[in-house]
Design a protein around this ligand. Structure first.
Ligand code: GLY
Length: 350
């Protein structure tokens, strides 16, 4: 097991290893004084891991509740959120009790937002069961639900008390979902770590899971500690996302987040090379590792489609969008770009 401490506004441990789920109750005891643990999970994950999580929590002396909602991004909405709050209130969950987010990014974001707001804030922990949640959304305290007008438009920064990542839970992921998470793993290599990037280029999907997840968490930890509230360095985690979100939205979410981010990273790398921010070798290397993972390196949408979506990017400030541009593998920079230049910039990378 590898443990990584995140010293944000509140400090917590991220534990990564094999066979950690049976230790859930005992580890929660170490960070929670309350008597009740409320598991929040979805209809895919709960049947796989709910029983093991419940047993471990009960063995550690917790009263265990469970709130299970239909799996999928469409559940990350105000209705599920309010149902969860009502459930917690009806079951008399108090401020010292704890929510346990057992699942992927949707479960983690929704649970975190409920924890941030129920009784003006109660503790929660993250138990990520997807690669994407393990390397990204479970760490750093971004919590949210979606509005009909866009993803993650309502949320709060609220750090978990602990993250427990049992990498064995990743074995039950359909290969396609695992591949999706790989886009975020590749992203960390392009952003910060050539050694990680080279390992991924060599090993492809057979990369060393525990070590790679831990390295991504270390990198995310450093970003979160430098810029918890996303006003500077943390924006770099948006690499590939500005155009990726455009692809996702244009496809009405039939193109998954990971595939859209993979294509978005390749587009921005090709645009950066065409505009002289990086060499063609760098952009070719990004495209090649993305293809090695069986992820898409391009899109059928045109520059005007992606430009329209960039207008609603959350990282937009006034008439500029903050694009994340690779200069080299392991060295990306924030480039504020005026709206009138963005469409031709995208065009250069299609
Ligand atoms: N998922 C991007 C971030 O945590 O900032």
């Amino acid at each position: 097991m590898i443990s990584i401490e995140v010293k944000a506004s509140k400090a917590y441990q991220v534990h990564i290893g094999s066979g950690l789920l049976p230790q859930l109750g005992e580890r929660l005891r170490g960070v929670c004084q309350g008597s009740t643990a409320a598991i929040v999970s979805d209809s895919h994950v709960y049947p796989l891991y709910g029983e093991a999580a419940e047993k471990s929590l009960k063995d550690a002396g917790f009263r265990v509740l469970n709130f299970v909602f239909p799996a999928g991004e469409e559940s990350k909405n105000a209705e599920t959120y309010l149902n969860l709050l009502n459930f917690l209130a009806e079951k008399e969950v108090t401020r010292t009790d704890c929510l346990v987010a057992l699942g992927g990014g949707v479960v983690g974001d929704l649970t975190g937002f409920a924890a941030a707001t129920y009784l003006r804030g109660i503790p929660y922990i993250q138990v990520p069961t997807t690669l994407l949640a393990a390397v990204d959304s479970s760490v750093g305290g971004k919590t949210a639900i979606d509005l009909p007008t866009g993803k993650n438009l309502v949320g709060a920064f609220c750090q978990p008390k602990m993250v427990l990542c049992d990498i064995e839970t990743l074995n039950s992921l359909p290969e396609d979902i695992f591949r999706d998470g790989c886009a975020e793993v590749i992203k960390y290599g392009v952003l910060y770590d050539r050694k990680l990037f080279d390992h991924l280029s060599q090993e492809g999907i057979g990369f060393h899971r525990e070590a790679v997840i831990a390295r991504c968490v270390e990198l995310k930890r450093d970003v979160v500690m430098a810029d918890e509230f996303d006003t500077g360095e943390r924006m770099k985690l948006n690499l590939g996302h500005t155009f990726g979100h455009g692809i996702e939205a244009r496809s009405h979410f039939t193109v998954s987040h990971g595939k859209a981010v993979a294509a978005g990273m390749c587009i921005v790398a090709r645009s950066a090379a065409a505009c002289g921010y990086c060499s063609k070798e760098v952009s070719d290397a990004v495209t090649s590792v993305v293809r090695r993972f069986g992820l898409p390196a391009s899109t059928g949408y045109d520059a005007s489609d992606l430009f329209t979506c960039a207008l609603s990017d959350k990282k937009r400030s006034g008439s500029r969008v903050n694009l994340i541009i690779p200069h080299d593998i392991g060295d990306c920079r924030i480039l504020p770009m005026e709206l009138p230049h963005i469409q031709s910039f995208i065009q250069a990378g299609l």
